[in-house]
Design a protein around this ligand. Sequence first.
Ligand code: NDP
Length: 444
Amino acid sequence: MDVKKVLSDLKRRFPNEPEYHQAVEEVLMTIEDEYNKHPEFEKYNLIERLCIPDRVFTFRVTWVDDKGQVQTNMGYRIQHNNAIGPYKGGIRFHSSVNLSILKFLAFEQTFKNSLTTLPMGGGKGGSDFSPRGKSDMEVMRFCQAFVTELWRHIGPQTDVPAGDIGVGGREVGYMYGMYKKMALENTGTFTGKGLEFGGSLVRPEATGYGNVYFLLEMLKTKGIDIKDKVVAVSGSGNVAQYTVKKLISLGAKVVTMSDSNGYIYDPDGIDEEKLAFIFNLKNIQRGRIREYAEQYGCKYVEGARPWNEKCDIAMPSATQNEIDGDDARALLANGCFAVSEGANMPSTPEAIAEFLNAKILYAPGKAANAGGVSVSGLEMTQNSIKLSWSREEVDAKLQSIMKDIHAQCTLYGKQEDGYINYVKGANVAGFMKVAKAMMAQGIL
Ligand code: NDP
Protein backbone atom coordinates (compact mmCIF):
# COMPACT_ATOMS: atom_id res chain seq x y z
CA MET A 1 0.00 0.00 0.00
CA ASP A 2 1.23 3.46 -0.90
CA VAL A 3 -0.17 5.40 2.08
CA LYS A 4 0.76 8.79 0.64
CA LYS A 5 -1.06 8.06 -2.61
CA VAL A 6 -4.17 6.70 -0.89
CA LEU A 7 -4.31 9.83 1.27
CA SER A 8 -3.68 12.28 -1.53
CA ASP A 9 -6.39 10.59 -3.63
CA LEU A 10 -8.86 10.83 -0.74
CA LYS A 11 -8.00 14.50 -0.19
CA ARG A 12 -8.51 15.23 -3.89
CA ARG A 13 -11.84 13.39 -4.08
CA PHE A 14 -13.15 14.65 -0.74
CA PRO A 15 -11.62 18.10 -0.16
CA ASN A 16 -12.39 20.17 2.95
CA GLU A 17 -12.86 17.15 5.19
CA PRO A 18 -9.87 17.50 7.57
CA GLU A 19 -11.19 15.34 10.43
CA TYR A 20 -11.93 12.48 8.01
CA HIS A 21 -8.43 12.77 6.49
CA GLN A 22 -6.89 12.85 9.99
CA ALA A 23 -8.68 9.68 11.14
CA VAL A 24 -7.82 7.78 7.96
CA GLU A 25 -4.17 8.84 8.07
CA GLU A 26 -3.77 7.69 11.68
CA VAL A 27 -5.13 4.25 10.88
CA LEU A 28 -3.25 3.76 7.59
CA MET A 29 0.10 4.72 9.10
CA THR A 30 -0.25 2.02 11.74
CA ILE A 31 -1.70 -0.84 9.67
CA GLU A 32 0.66 -0.43 6.71
CA ASP A 33 3.11 -3.18 7.74
CA GLU A 34 0.40 -5.72 8.49
CA TYR A 35 -1.50 -4.83 5.30
CA ASN A 36 1.61 -5.34 3.18
CA LYS A 37 1.93 -8.90 4.47
CA HIS A 38 -1.27 -9.68 2.55
CA PRO A 39 -0.84 -9.05 -1.20
CA GLU A 40 -4.42 -10.27 -1.73
CA PHE A 41 -5.67 -7.12 0.04
CA GLU A 42 -3.93 -4.87 -2.47
CA LYS A 43 -5.13 -6.97 -5.39
CA TYR A 44 -8.75 -6.37 -4.37
CA ASN A 45 -8.18 -2.69 -3.55
CA LEU A 46 -9.34 -3.35 -0.03
CA ILE A 47 -8.02 -0.10 1.36
CA GLU A 48 -10.09 2.27 -0.78
CA ARG A 49 -13.17 0.15 -0.23
CA LEU A 50 -12.55 0.34 3.51
CA CYS A 51 -11.84 4.08 3.66
CA ILE A 52 -14.79 5.29 1.58
CA PRO A 53 -18.22 4.85 3.23
CA ASP A 54 -20.65 2.39 1.64
CA ARG A 55 -23.19 5.22 1.40
CA VAL A 56 -23.98 8.66 2.79
CA PHE A 57 -27.46 10.10 3.28
CA THR A 58 -27.84 13.89 3.47
CA PHE A 59 -31.19 15.53 4.07
CA ARG A 60 -32.86 18.74 5.19
CA VAL A 61 -34.72 18.71 8.50
CA THR A 62 -37.51 21.26 8.80
CA TRP A 63 -39.18 21.98 12.14
CA VAL A 64 -41.12 24.75 13.88
CA ASP A 65 -39.72 26.49 16.99
CA ASP A 66 -41.71 27.71 19.99
CA LYS A 67 -42.18 31.13 18.40
CA GLY A 68 -43.82 29.52 15.38
CA GLN A 69 -40.82 30.17 13.17
CA VAL A 70 -39.78 27.56 10.62
CA GLN A 71 -36.21 26.33 11.11
CA THR A 72 -34.00 24.17 8.92
CA ASN A 73 -31.05 22.00 9.86
CA MET A 74 -28.98 19.45 7.98
CA GLY A 75 -29.31 15.75 8.76
CA TYR A 76 -26.85 12.98 7.86
CA ARG A 77 -26.35 9.25 8.19
CA ILE A 78 -23.10 7.62 7.14
CA GLN A 79 -23.29 3.85 6.56
CA HIS A 80 -19.61 3.15 6.53
CA ASN A 81 -19.08 -0.61 6.50
CA ASN A 82 -21.29 -3.62 7.26
CA ALA A 83 -18.85 -6.46 6.63
CA ILE A 84 -19.24 -7.90 10.13
CA GLY A 85 -22.78 -6.82 11.08
CA PRO A 86 -25.48 -4.16 10.68
CA TYR A 87 -24.26 -0.56 10.57
CA LYS A 88 -24.03 0.67 14.14
CA GLY A 89 -23.03 4.04 15.59
CA GLY A 90 -24.39 7.09 17.34
CA ILE A 91 -26.22 10.23 16.32
CA ARG A 92 -24.58 13.57 17.19
CA PHE A 93 -26.54 16.82 17.58
CA HIS A 94 -24.13 19.75 17.78
CA SER A 95 -23.76 23.02 15.88
CA SER A 96 -20.31 21.93 14.65
CA VAL A 97 -21.59 18.76 12.92
CA ASN A 98 -20.65 18.43 9.25
CA LEU A 99 -19.87 15.63 6.80
CA SER A 100 -16.17 15.55 7.66
CA ILE A 101 -16.80 15.01 11.38
CA LEU A 102 -19.39 12.31 10.79
CA LYS A 103 -17.22 10.52 8.21
CA PHE A 104 -14.30 10.43 10.66
CA LEU A 105 -16.60 9.11 13.38
CA ALA A 106 -18.12 6.42 11.12
CA PHE A 107 -14.65 5.32 9.96
CA GLU A 108 -13.40 5.05 13.56
CA GLN A 109 -16.59 3.28 14.60
CA THR A 110 -15.97 0.50 12.09
CA PHE A 111 -12.68 -0.48 13.77
CA LYS A 112 -14.04 0.07 17.26
CA ASN A 113 -17.03 -2.17 16.64
CA SER A 114 -14.75 -4.82 15.20
CA LEU A 115 -12.71 -4.76 18.43
CA THR A 116 -15.77 -5.33 20.63
CA THR A 117 -15.99 -8.97 19.47
CA LEU A 118 -19.70 -8.39 18.70
CA PRO A 119 -21.19 -8.54 15.17
CA MET A 120 -21.57 -4.83 14.38
CA GLY A 121 -20.55 -2.79 11.35
CA GLY A 122 -19.78 0.93 11.53
CA GLY A 123 -21.94 4.00 10.97
CA LYS A 124 -22.61 7.47 12.36
CA GLY A 125 -25.14 10.22 11.89
CA GLY A 126 -26.25 13.55 13.18
CA SER A 127 -27.29 17.10 12.61
CA ASP A 128 -26.02 20.64 13.08
CA PHE A 129 -29.00 21.14 15.40
CA SER A 130 -27.96 22.04 18.95
CA PRO A 131 -30.33 20.99 21.76
CA ARG A 132 -28.69 23.56 24.05
CA GLY A 133 -31.13 26.34 24.94
CA LYS A 134 -34.05 24.58 23.23
CA SER A 135 -37.26 23.68 25.05
CA ASP A 136 -38.30 20.05 25.48
CA MET A 137 -41.01 20.53 22.88
CA GLU A 138 -38.54 21.99 20.38
CA VAL A 139 -36.18 19.05 20.92
CA MET A 140 -39.08 16.64 20.43
CA ARG A 141 -40.27 18.33 17.24
CA PHE A 142 -36.75 18.33 15.86
CA CYS A 143 -36.18 14.64 16.70
CA GLN A 144 -39.46 13.71 15.05
CA ALA A 145 -38.64 15.69 11.90
CA PHE A 146 -35.14 14.14 11.78
CA VAL A 147 -36.51 10.59 12.00
CA THR A 148 -39.27 11.24 9.48
CA GLU A 149 -36.45 11.30 6.94
CA LEU A 150 -34.01 8.85 8.56
CA TRP A 151 -36.39 6.00 9.35
CA ARG A 152 -36.45 4.51 5.84
CA HIS A 153 -32.67 3.90 5.92
CA ILE A 154 -32.45 2.12 9.28
CA GLY A 155 -33.77 -1.09 10.84
CA PRO A 156 -32.87 -3.80 13.36
CA GLN A 157 -30.84 -5.79 10.83
CA THR A 158 -29.76 -2.82 8.70
CA ASP A 159 -28.56 0.10 10.74
CA VAL A 160 -29.04 0.73 14.46
CA PRO A 161 -28.31 4.29 15.68
CA ALA A 162 -27.59 5.34 19.29
CA GLY A 163 -26.62 8.51 21.22
CA ASP A 164 -23.53 10.69 21.08
CA ILE A 165 -22.83 14.36 21.84
CA GLY A 166 -26.17 16.15 22.32
CA VAL A 167 -28.14 12.91 22.08
CA GLY A 168 -28.96 11.21 25.39
CA GLY A 169 -31.91 9.24 26.71
CA ARG A 170 -34.39 12.05 26.02
CA GLU A 171 -33.47 12.40 22.36
CA VAL A 172 -33.23 8.63 21.76
CA GLY A 173 -36.72 8.27 23.29
CA TYR A 174 -38.21 10.87 20.95
CA MET A 175 -36.46 9.42 17.90
CA TYR A 176 -37.37 5.84 18.71
CA GLY A 177 -41.00 6.84 19.32
CA MET A 178 -41.23 8.40 15.87
CA TYR A 179 -39.37 5.50 14.26
CA LYS A 180 -41.89 3.04 15.70
CA LYS A 181 -44.77 5.10 14.36
CA MET A 182 -43.30 5.27 10.86
CA ALA A 183 -42.00 1.69 10.60
CA LEU A 184 -44.89 0.04 12.44
CA GLU A 185 -42.52 -2.22 14.35
CA ASN A 186 -41.05 -2.46 17.84
CA THR A 187 -37.78 -4.21 17.21
CA GLY A 188 -35.33 -1.96 19.02
CA THR A 189 -33.88 -0.03 16.08
CA PHE A 190 -32.10 2.38 18.43
CA THR A 191 -29.93 1.67 21.45
CA GLY A 192 -29.68 3.77 24.57
CA LYS A 193 -33.46 3.45 24.95
CA GLY A 194 -35.25 3.89 28.28
CA LEU A 195 -35.40 0.79 30.49
CA GLU A 196 -39.20 0.69 30.15
CA PHE A 197 -39.09 0.17 26.38
CA GLY A 198 -36.17 -2.12 25.62
CA GLY A 199 -33.16 -0.28 26.97
CA SER A 200 -30.35 -2.16 28.68
CA LEU A 201 -29.19 -1.71 32.24
CA VAL A 202 -25.68 -0.20 32.36
CA ARG A 203 -25.99 1.43 28.89
CA PRO A 204 -25.85 5.00 30.28
CA GLU A 205 -22.79 4.05 32.37
CA ALA A 206 -21.12 1.87 29.74
CA THR A 207 -18.75 4.25 27.96
CA GLY A 208 -17.41 5.86 31.13
CA TYR A 209 -17.23 2.63 33.12
CA GLY A 210 -15.70 0.82 30.15
CA ASN A 211 -13.00 3.47 29.85
CA VAL A 212 -12.08 3.03 33.51
CA TYR A 213 -12.04 -0.78 33.09
CA PHE A 214 -9.66 -0.34 30.17
CA LEU A 215 -7.49 2.02 32.23
CA LEU A 216 -7.33 -0.59 35.03
CA GLU A 217 -6.06 -3.16 32.53
CA MET A 218 -3.35 -0.75 31.39
CA LEU A 219 -2.35 0.09 34.97
CA LYS A 220 -2.19 -3.63 35.77
CA THR A 221 0.58 -4.08 33.18
CA LYS A 222 2.68 -1.70 35.30
CA GLY A 223 1.48 -2.89 38.71
CA ILE A 224 -0.04 0.53 39.47
CA ASP A 225 -3.04 0.92 41.81
CA ILE A 226 -5.71 3.48 40.83
CA LYS A 227 -6.36 4.42 44.46
CA ASP A 228 -5.42 8.02 45.32
CA LYS A 229 -4.29 8.78 41.76
CA VAL A 230 -5.15 12.30 40.62
CA VAL A 231 -7.25 12.31 37.46
CA ALA A 232 -8.11 15.17 35.08
CA VAL A 233 -11.36 14.56 33.22
CA SER A 234 -12.73 16.82 30.49
CA GLY A 235 -16.39 17.15 29.54
CA SER A 236 -19.36 16.91 31.89
CA GLY A 237 -21.79 14.95 29.72
CA ASN A 238 -22.68 11.28 29.69
CA VAL A 239 -19.19 9.85 29.26
CA ALA A 240 -17.48 12.22 31.72
CA GLN A 241 -20.15 11.77 34.41
CA TYR A 242 -19.88 7.98 34.57
CA THR A 243 -16.10 8.04 34.20
CA VAL A 244 -15.97 10.21 37.32
CA LYS A 245 -18.51 8.04 39.13
CA LYS A 246 -16.46 4.87 38.62
CA LEU A 247 -13.20 6.64 39.48
CA ILE A 248 -14.62 7.93 42.77
CA SER A 249 -15.84 4.44 43.67
CA LEU A 250 -12.29 3.13 43.16
CA GLY A 251 -10.71 5.76 45.40
CA ALA A 252 -9.17 7.97 42.70
CA LYS A 253 -9.26 11.76 43.05
CA VAL A 254 -10.88 13.61 40.13
CA VAL A 255 -9.89 17.28 40.08
CA THR A 256 -11.29 18.64 36.81
CA MET A 257 -14.38 18.58 34.60
CA SER A 258 -15.34 20.95 31.78
CA ASP A 259 -17.85 22.02 29.17
CA SER A 260 -17.49 23.98 25.97
CA ASN A 261 -17.19 27.25 27.95
CA GLY A 262 -14.41 26.33 30.38
CA TYR A 263 -13.26 23.99 33.14
CA ILE A 264 -13.39 23.69 36.93
CA TYR A 265 -10.42 22.70 39.10
CA ASP A 266 -11.32 21.28 42.50
CA PRO A 267 -8.12 20.38 44.39
CA ASP A 268 -10.13 18.57 47.10
CA GLY A 269 -11.53 16.21 44.50
CA ILE A 270 -15.07 15.73 43.21
CA ASP A 271 -16.86 13.45 45.67
CA GLU A 272 -20.20 11.63 45.35
CA GLU A 273 -22.21 14.58 46.64
CA LYS A 274 -20.54 17.04 44.28
CA LEU A 275 -21.00 14.61 41.40
CA ALA A 276 -24.72 14.40 42.20
CA PHE A 277 -24.76 18.19 41.82
CA ILE A 278 -23.21 17.80 38.34
CA PHE A 279 -25.73 15.12 37.29
CA ASN A 280 -28.54 17.45 38.28
CA LEU A 281 -26.88 20.54 36.78
CA LYS A 282 -26.15 18.92 33.42
CA ASN A 283 -28.99 16.44 32.96
CA ILE A 284 -31.94 18.22 34.60
CA GLN A 285 -31.13 21.94 34.84
CA ARG A 286 -29.03 21.84 31.65
CA GLY A 287 -26.74 24.47 33.18
CA ARG A 288 -23.05 25.35 32.81
CA ILE A 289 -20.03 23.84 34.61
CA ARG A 290 -19.18 27.33 35.92
CA GLU A 291 -22.06 26.89 38.39
CA TYR A 292 -20.11 24.07 40.09
CA ALA A 293 -17.30 26.51 40.90
CA GLU A 294 -19.86 28.99 42.28
CA GLN A 295 -21.46 26.27 44.41
CA TYR A 296 -18.23 24.83 45.86
CA GLY A 297 -15.96 27.88 45.76
CA CYS A 298 -13.27 26.42 43.53
CA LYS A 299 -11.37 27.67 40.49
CA TYR A 300 -13.14 28.10 37.13
CA VAL A 301 -11.17 28.92 34.00
CA GLU A 302 -13.21 30.35 31.14
CA GLY A 303 -12.34 29.41 27.56
CA ALA A 304 -9.65 26.88 28.48
CA ARG A 305 -9.12 23.11 28.73
CA PRO A 306 -7.90 21.37 31.90
CA TRP A 307 -4.62 19.90 30.63
CA ASN A 308 -2.34 22.38 32.38
CA GLU A 309 -3.48 21.16 35.78
CA LYS A 310 -1.24 18.62 37.52
CA CYS A 311 -2.53 15.06 37.30
CA ASP A 312 -1.36 11.44 37.14
CA ILE A 313 -3.98 10.36 34.61
CA ALA A 314 -5.93 12.23 31.92
CA MET A 315 -9.29 11.04 30.61
CA PRO A 316 -10.47 13.36 27.82
CA SER A 317 -14.25 12.86 27.52
CA ALA A 318 -15.59 15.89 25.62
CA THR A 319 -14.80 16.07 21.91
CA GLN A 320 -12.29 15.60 19.07
CA ASN A 321 -8.92 17.40 18.99
CA GLU A 322 -9.22 18.70 22.55
CA ILE A 323 -5.60 17.79 23.43
CA ASP A 324 -3.04 19.42 21.13
CA GLY A 325 0.74 19.14 21.15
CA ASP A 326 1.16 21.87 23.79
CA ASP A 327 -1.46 20.28 26.02
CA ALA A 328 0.28 16.90 25.70
CA ARG A 329 3.65 18.43 26.61
CA ALA A 330 2.07 20.17 29.61
CA LEU A 331 0.54 16.90 30.80
CA LEU A 332 3.85 15.06 30.46
CA ALA A 333 5.81 17.86 32.16
CA ASN A 334 3.41 17.60 35.10
CA GLY A 335 4.04 13.87 35.46
CA CYS A 336 0.96 12.43 33.75
CA PHE A 337 1.70 8.75 33.03
CA ALA A 338 -1.59 7.52 31.53
CA VAL A 339 -4.13 8.88 29.05
CA SER A 340 -7.30 6.92 28.36
CA GLU A 341 -9.67 8.45 25.83
CA GLY A 342 -13.41 8.56 26.51
CA ALA A 343 -14.02 10.91 23.58
CA ASN A 344 -13.42 10.02 19.95
CA MET A 345 -10.08 11.28 18.58
CA PRO A 346 -9.57 13.82 21.39
CA SER A 347 -5.79 13.92 20.81
CA THR A 348 -4.28 15.57 17.74
CA PRO A 349 -1.61 13.63 15.79
CA GLU A 350 1.05 15.81 17.44
CA ALA A 351 -0.28 14.98 20.90
CA ILE A 352 -0.37 11.25 20.11
CA ALA A 353 3.26 11.42 18.94
CA GLU A 354 4.22 13.06 22.25
CA PHE A 355 2.52 10.34 24.29
CA LEU A 356 4.04 7.51 22.27
CA ASN A 357 7.53 9.05 22.33
CA ALA A 358 7.29 9.42 26.10
CA LYS A 359 6.13 5.77 26.24
CA ILE A 360 3.33 6.49 28.68
CA LEU A 361 0.21 4.35 28.85
CA TYR A 362 -1.91 5.78 26.04
CA ALA A 363 -5.26 4.26 24.99
CA PRO A 364 -6.96 5.63 21.85
CA GLY A 365 -10.71 6.15 21.96
CA LYS A 366 -11.53 3.33 19.60
CA ALA A 367 -10.28 0.89 22.23
CA ALA A 368 -10.91 2.72 25.50
CA ASN A 369 -14.41 4.04 24.79
CA ALA A 370 -15.73 0.91 23.06
CA GLY A 371 -17.71 -0.02 26.18
CA GLY A 372 -20.62 2.17 25.04
CA VAL A 373 -21.18 0.45 21.74
CA SER A 374 -20.49 -2.92 23.35
CA VAL A 375 -23.42 -2.54 25.72
CA SER A 376 -25.43 -1.21 22.77
CA GLY A 377 -24.63 -4.55 21.11
CA LEU A 378 -25.83 -6.30 24.25
CA GLU A 379 -29.01 -4.17 24.14
CA MET A 380 -29.59 -5.41 20.56
CA THR A 381 -29.17 -9.01 21.72
CA GLN A 382 -31.62 -8.53 24.60
CA ASN A 383 -34.14 -6.95 22.19
CA SER A 384 -33.76 -9.89 19.78
CA ILE A 385 -34.31 -12.54 22.43
CA LYS A 386 -36.93 -10.37 24.18
CA LEU A 387 -35.28 -10.67 27.59
CA SER A 388 -33.54 -8.24 29.95
CA TRP A 389 -30.35 -9.12 31.71
CA SER A 390 -29.52 -8.01 35.26
CA ARG A 391 -27.17 -5.11 36.03
CA GLU A 392 -24.56 -7.59 37.30
CA GLU A 393 -24.79 -9.68 34.14
CA VAL A 394 -24.35 -6.73 31.79
CA ASP A 395 -21.56 -5.21 33.87
CA ALA A 396 -19.71 -8.54 33.95
CA LYS A 397 -20.01 -8.83 30.16
CA LEU A 398 -18.78 -5.24 29.77
CA GLN A 399 -15.74 -5.93 31.96
CA SER A 400 -14.96 -9.07 30.03
CA ILE A 401 -15.22 -7.25 26.66
CA MET A 402 -12.90 -4.44 27.82
CA LYS A 403 -10.36 -7.05 28.97
CA ASP A 404 -10.65 -8.75 25.61
CA ILE A 405 -10.07 -5.47 23.75
CA HIS A 406 -7.01 -4.85 25.91
CA ALA A 407 -5.71 -8.33 25.07
CA GLN A 408 -6.21 -7.72 21.31
CA CYS A 409 -4.33 -4.41 21.56
CA THR A 410 -1.49 -6.15 23.39
CA LEU A 411 -1.34 -8.92 20.80
CA TYR A 412 -0.77 -6.55 17.90
CA GLY A 413 0.77 -3.60 19.74
CA LYS A 414 3.47 -5.05 22.01
CA GLN A 415 6.91 -3.89 20.92
CA GLU A 416 10.23 -5.68 21.37
CA ASP A 417 11.10 -3.50 24.37
CA GLY A 418 7.80 -4.52 26.01
CA TYR A 419 6.06 -1.16 25.45
CA ILE A 420 2.45 -1.59 24.33
CA ASN A 421 1.55 0.71 21.46
CA TYR A 422 -2.22 0.66 21.91
CA VAL A 423 -2.77 2.81 18.82
CA LYS A 424 -1.16 0.26 16.57
CA GLY A 425 -2.65 -2.66 18.49
CA ALA A 426 -6.21 -1.34 18.25
CA ASN A 427 -5.94 -0.34 14.61
CA VAL A 428 -4.40 -3.59 13.41
CA ALA A 429 -6.72 -5.82 15.44
CA GLY A 430 -9.80 -3.86 14.33
CA PHE A 431 -8.64 -3.78 10.73
CA MET A 432 -7.75 -7.46 10.35
CA LYS A 433 -11.21 -8.70 11.30
CA VAL A 434 -13.00 -6.31 8.95
CA ALA A 435 -10.49 -7.01 6.16
CA LYS A 436 -10.90 -10.77 6.41
CA ALA A 437 -14.70 -10.44 6.39
CA MET A 438 -14.57 -8.18 3.34
CA MET A 439 -12.26 -10.56 1.47
CA ALA A 440 -14.55 -13.52 2.21
CA GLN A 441 -17.61 -11.69 0.89
CA GLY A 442 -16.22 -10.79 -2.54
CA ILE A 443 -15.86 -7.50 -4.35
CA LEU A 444 -18.77 -5.30 -3.29
P1 NDP B 1 -22.58 14.73 25.86
O1 NDP B 1 -23.31 15.59 24.91
O2 NDP B 1 -23.31 14.03 26.92
O3 NDP B 1 -21.41 15.57 26.55
C1 NDP B 1 -20.44 16.21 25.78
C2 NDP B 1 -19.58 17.04 26.71
O4 NDP B 1 -18.48 17.56 25.97
C3 NDP B 1 -20.31 18.25 27.28
O5 NDP B 1 -19.75 18.56 28.51
C4 NDP B 1 -20.00 19.32 26.25
O6 NDP B 1 -20.09 20.62 26.73
C5 NDP B 1 -18.58 18.99 25.90
N1 NDP B 1 -18.28 19.42 24.55
C6 NDP B 1 -18.95 19.12 23.41
N2 NDP B 1 -18.41 19.73 22.35
C7 NDP B 1 -17.37 20.43 22.83
C8 NDP B 1 -16.41 21.27 22.23
N3 NDP B 1 -16.42 21.51 20.92
N4 NDP B 1 -15.46 21.83 23.03
C9 NDP B 1 -15.45 21.59 24.37
N5 NDP B 1 -16.34 20.82 25.00
C10 NDP B 1 -17.28 20.23 24.22
O7 NDP B 1 -21.76 13.69 24.95
P2 NDP B 1 -21.07 12.33 25.38
O8 NDP B 1 -20.59 12.41 26.77
O9 NDP B 1 -21.97 11.23 24.97
O10 NDP B 1 -19.81 12.28 24.36
C11 NDP B 1 -18.53 12.81 24.72
C12 NDP B 1 -17.48 12.18 23.80
O11 NDP B 1 -17.49 10.75 23.97
C13 NDP B 1 -17.70 12.41 22.31
O12 NDP B 1 -16.43 12.51 21.67
C14 NDP B 1 -18.39 11.15 21.85
O13 NDP B 1 -18.20 10.90 20.47
C15 NDP B 1 -17.64 10.12 22.70
N6 NDP B 1 -18.33 8.84 22.88
C16 NDP B 1 -19.59 8.79 23.42
C17 NDP B 1 -20.19 7.57 23.60
C18 NDP B 1 -21.50 7.43 24.29
O14 NDP B 1 -21.88 6.30 24.60
N7 NDP B 1 -22.22 8.52 24.60
C19 NDP B 1 -19.56 6.31 23.14
C20 NDP B 1 -18.19 6.48 22.68
C21 NDP B 1 -17.64 7.71 22.53
P3 NDP B 1 -21.44 21.49 26.50
O15 NDP B 1 -22.38 21.03 27.56
O16 NDP B 1 -20.96 22.89 26.68
O17 NDP B 1 -21.91 21.22 25.12
